[in-house]
Design a protein around this ligand. Structure first.
Ligand code: SF4
Length: 510
């Protein structure tokens, strides 16, 4: 297994690799997305609508073999990763070929099979540290509202109890709570901290909701304003600084404090702030075999099926060079936690501050994760106390322009074959499944054609009635810059109450 010291020794080499292209290095931080399927219907994510020609286990086997012992940190993401039927085998393949230091898996807590699968992964990968973070976006009904699944919060509490009990018998398991701070819950952070503090988890971490091409959330106003986020994150930082964490959680929380400060600056300055190493030190393999530098841009660097499942052929190939130039030129910025972690490791002042955070943290407790926290047993018997928090606030309609570059980036991306059919089928599926999607609008590109200019701005279409993109006479063809954007149910409600006539008036009958 890669030790943390070995990993830190490799970190400066990535600085050279990014600057002069040598020595050639494989990524340390890799996200595997075996399937986009998800049984949540979050207001902040549309990935559950996607369907892909997913890689088989045999294909994953060949890909992971091509990586050797390079990756230290694997995240297995989704969709809901624990819904993927072969997640145990996938983790075992990663372990067999790469011996990572960390396997990190987020979960929505819905399936009853989660504890059994987590236990199998932890037991069969004994030299890797398994981190399982349970998503919590609100306490009680607020969680169900944001995640779109009635009863999700009750299931979260049941899984939490089961996983904490499991943690007590598995030395390589860390159990955490992970909250996505969006404009729907940015004023509820105290309540989330209070809940996490009493829950007995090893760590409480947060991430900010942001538009991502992977999640099909470009153009959705889900990111809180810089001011609201700044206020919320002050509290999270104060909490992280004052608590006692054990093991791996001490390291992640120390780094996370720097991440929170970084996000605040990125939102204010609308810039990468520190150099981004996505495409050098971190990457993602999507479920159909496409390699991305990150899930926010999701540039197609090549599909592993076309490269004999050899990751190196894409990583050291031609296509990635121009994407790296774009990232190095800071043509993008974002708050993605996964990439930010490794970016912070590359930044000497940030790393020094993270080390200082680590040294200043209260001493390691003997067993529990958070100072004054309860044991798993106590967490199980005091659910009412965990919930003892003020009522959550309502949804607010703050404006947001944190990532305008991503809209432009989306408009510049060439449409793949059957773009319209695939996109509209996904939105149709979303509506059928009674998700958060109400319909689609067409967002015209900067150089759109005359026909596109004549479309009613802001009109909401049922997917089966939306015009096909590119429009029949568009001179740009697949380079047409117009895109479909989902209209969410919450947007419709807000716009109706604000007296915006377009949505209700233009919406076609099913
Ligand atoms: S700044 Fe964000 S969007 Fe740009 S490459 Fe890095 S992770 Fe991706």
């Amino acid at each position: 297994m890669n030790s943390m010291a070995q990993v830190l020794a490799r970190v400066p080499l990535f600085t050279l690799y990014r600057r002069i292209g040598r020595p050639r290095m494989l990524p340390l931080n890799l996200t595997l997305s075996p399937s986009p399927k998800c049984n949540s219907r979050c207001l902040t994510c549309n990935i559950w609508m996607k369907r892909e020609d997913e890689l088989t286990l045999d294909e994953w086997d060949r890909i992971l073999a091509s990586l050797g012992r390079a990756p230290y940190w694997f995240t297995i993401s989704g969709g809901e990763p624990l819904m993927y039927p072969h997640i145990v085998e996938l983790a075992q393949l990663a372990y067999k070929h790469c011996r990572p230091g960390v396997i990190n898996i987020p979960t929505n807590s819905i399936l009853s099979s989660i504890p059994e699968r987590v236990e199998r992964i932890a037991r069969s990968c004994p030299d890797s540290h398994l981190i399982v973070n349970l998503s919590l976006d609100g306490v009680g009904e607020k969680h169900d509202l944001i995640r779109g699944i009635p009863g999700n919060f009750d299931k979260f509490e049941r899984r939490l109890e089961q996983l904490l009990s499991l943690r007590n018998s598995l030395r390589n398991l860390t159990v955490g709570i992970h909250s996505v701070i969006s404009r729907f819950n940015v004023h509820d952070v105290d309540e989330l901290i209070g809940y996490a503090d009493r829950s007995g988890v090893d760590q409480f971490i947060t991430e900010i909701a942001e538009p991502r091409i992977e999640l099909d959330t470009v153009g959705l106003h889900i990111t809180p304003s810089a001011a609201d986020y700044g206020e919320a994150v002050e509290r999270v930082i104060a909490y992280a600084k004052g608590k006692r964490f054990r093991g791996m959680a001490r390291f992640t929380e120390a780094l996370r404090i720097e991440y929170y400060k970084l996000v605040r600056r990125i939102l204010e300055e609308k810039d990468q702030v520190i150099d981004c190493y996505a495409g050098w030190i971190s990457a993602q393999i999507y479920s159909d075999g496409t390699v991305w530098p990150c899930c926010v841009r999701a540039d197609n660097l090549g599909n592993l099926r076309d490269y004999g499942y050899d990751f190196k052929r894409i990583w050291f190939g031609e296509e990635i060079a121009k994407v790296r130039r774009s990232i190095a030129a800071k043509e993008c910025h974002c708050t993605l936690a996964n990439a930010s972690y490794t970016n912070l490791l590359q930044n000497v002042p940030a790393l020094a501050r993270a080390s200082a955070n680590l040294l200043r943290m209260p001493a390691n407790p003997a067993s529990s994760g958070i100072e004054n926290n309860t044991s798993a047993g106590t967490a199980a018997t005091s659910r009412k106390n965990l919930r003892a928090a003020p009522e959550t606030s309502g949804i607010r309609a703050d404006s947001n322009d944190a990532f305008p570059w991503l809209n432009g980036f989306q408009h510049r991306t060439e449409k793949r074959e059957h773009y319209a059919e695939e996109a509209l089928a996904a939105y149709k599926l979303g509506i059928k499944a009674r998700g958060a999607v109400a319909g689609v609008t067409i967002q015209t590109g900067p150089d759109c054609c005359e026909a596109a200019r004549r479309l009613a701005p802001g009109r909401t279409y049922r997917p089966e009635q939306a015009p096909h993109l590119p429009l029949p006479d568009c001179p740009q063809g697949r380079r047409c810059g117009c895109v479909y954007r989902p209209v969410m149910n919450y947007q419709e409600a807000e716009e109706r109450s604000a007296g915006v006539p377009g949505v209700a008036m233009a919406k076609a009958k099913p």
